[in-house]
Write a protein that binds this ligand. Sequence first.
Ligand code: FAD
Ligand code: NAP
Ligand code: SF4
Length: 681
Amino acid sequence: MIARVTPNPFPHLLAPLDLGFITLPNRVLMGSMHTGLEDRAEDYPKLAAYFSERARGGVGLMVTGGIAPNAAGWTKPFAGTLSGRRHLARHRLVTDAVHGEGGRICMQILHTGRYAYHPLAVAPSRLKAPISPFTPRALSDGGVERQVSAFVRCAALAQEAGYDGVELMGSEGYFINQFLAARTNRRSDRWGGSWPNRMRLPIEIVKRTRAAVGRDFIIIYRLSMLDLVEGGSRWEEVVELAQAIERAGTTIINTGIGWHEARIPTIATMVPRAAFSWVTRRLKGVVGIPLVTSNRINDPAVAERVLADGDADLVSMARPLLADPAFVVKAAAGRADEINTCIACNQACLDLVFENEVATCLVNPRAGRETDLVYRPAAAPKRIAVVGAGPAGLACATVAGRRGHRVTLFEASAEIGGQFNMAKRVPGKEEFHETLRYFRRELELAQVRVLLGRAAAAGDLTGGDFDEIVLASGVLPRVPAITGLDHPKVLSYIDVLLRGRPVGASVAIVGAGGIGFDVAEFLSQDASLAATSQDIPAFMREWGIDMTLKERGGLMPAADTASARKIWLLQRKPTPPGRDLGKTTGWVHRLALKRRGVRMLAGVAYEHIDDRGLTIRVGAETRLLPVDHVVICAGQEPRLELLAGLEGAGMKAHLIGGSKLATELDARRAIDDGSRLAAAL
Ligand code: FAD
Ligand code: NAP
Ligand code: SF4
């Protein structure tokens, strides 16, 4: 018999890394990601389940979310802390669970400094951060010493709790970073002033930590390689610091890109994949220890390319492992097409954390809920009809199918995806293709019978063929009451994004919600050029990032980005347009459109549409917008035409996604609805 050998599909990514005292099985580092489960002792069993699932998934090395070394370093009041032996037991739950699965885990020590969202904040100087309402207290020399000791004590406790190492958070504008940059360090003592004085703090922390934990313990230092703020570090300083912390005893250097107060997107979905690995590469050969690169690496082929090109020794992925805990085992088994890819939307992870909720994932509602949302094999397989293959129906059909139910999925159009087929056409939202690829494969694996081009009628569902009926028929665009709505100038967002109807040189968009903004993005970009989300140098020019690294903080003037059309984006509410977009990404959309010259008007009353254009009233003023087209993006209503027929036949249906409730519907809720129903059927 000839043995079948599966070739290693990702030889660089899956190569072990020998650190001398521990060998990592591959080059995937699960980057630190605050989930919110770190903050309360009673949530640690959930945190342990979250990490053990990812250890089982084969990640080389994981890093926890930020844990404060003392109260001053908290992100918010009573955030996760490791400052005394009383905290050890909860951390041991995590380390035991991870080691039980054969994994390895480091704890991130995060001191927020002036980014703290509480009144105990301390910093090198008394300078308020633009992203916190609290002004920090400037530390005395003794105060700085006490913070250094807190880091060291925290690392020693982490070792006692069973962690394989610590990551010192030295980037993103937190405490250590605040000492490094003249922008935030105005001191004149031994901790400030000259560059050697400003970098004293991280060097002392690393040196004293190494002395406390001994040789065989990982120390990762997260180094801010590109600050992206005025008054940030020069590249020469980054190099000098990297060499100094290597000498001080660091095991691995991880890449940090951009302070949190920077006004340049660094991880959102419009950032090209692996956009910043060129920065890490500049440090290759300058230090002898392994380097980790980071930001928007969400695909094993991209990770492999980055490593094969020699940009780094490891890749950090945080959100991609929220989206799919089995990322590494799937990649290793030649099943990369089964990976549930992170689309970098931030909607269910970072946005939720900013709202003080526990993080989860839009494409994987089990993330952070591993003990609550469990997909068990069905006790008695049922025949289930799912109507609609949008995100809600797809999630429901695939989870139910995986559990062993016999599922038939009806879809009226010729392809699966529902509104994702529009979202994926918006420049900067190309990642939505990946979710559709994932679902297509899941439908096969879950053996779902898919009927495309089949608009289900009540009669298809009431003949006794099905034990359960799920309506996931989504939404229909809302038709607003505006005089002249039947004018040929008027288009819906579906005409523009799906049907490809031509749009003139001047456009008014009625409705400035998520879809109105996306339509403005679509119409303002030149369709003959590749989107900047697909072109790293063009993205850097658009956002003013200096790829020569000559400028302090890596900043240069952003390129002019004129809109391809004259666009008005309108809403009736008097509040600033786009205020309700995602917490961590809304500012990117607003800024990008503003820089392209899109005019945003709030407090608008729509008068009428005619050959001349759209007439509106803003306050006391009546204005004619002389546009070629008016695109209606005025929200949506549930699509429920099937329901009456079903009820008439005495059948009950489960409603999920848009067909259940169109208000504040998004894909996160649609997928969550579908998955939870399928888990319960
Ligand atoms: P839908 O996606 O509307 O799917 C319903 C499906 O049912 C359709 O495929 C339809 O053809 C089918 N159907 C209807 N009736 C029948 C029938 N009788 N028989 C068979 N099939 C039927 N959300 C986010 O969270 N983040 C984003 O960034 C985002 N961007 C977006 C960008 C755009 C341009 C658009 C249009 C939407 C965006 N959304 C986004 C919203 C998101 O796509 C929706 O919330 C989500 O698709 C709703 O899922 P659903 O399954 O409930 O409905
Ligand atoms: P939406 O966010 O509710 O916005 C609807 C817009 O239409 C609002 O600006 C609203 O503002 C206006 N409007 C409502 N009724 C109107 C009427 N009768 N006449 C005129 N204008 C009216 O809905 P959407 O843009 O259709 O998006 C649908 C869902 O998809 C949303 O829940 C959204 O979260 C999601 N989505 C998310 C993203 C994302 O990036 N996260 C992107 C796209 C879509 P006024 O009432 O003030 O005029
Ligand atoms: Fe990625 Fe969005 Fe999931 Fe966050 S919520 S992990 S960004 S897919």
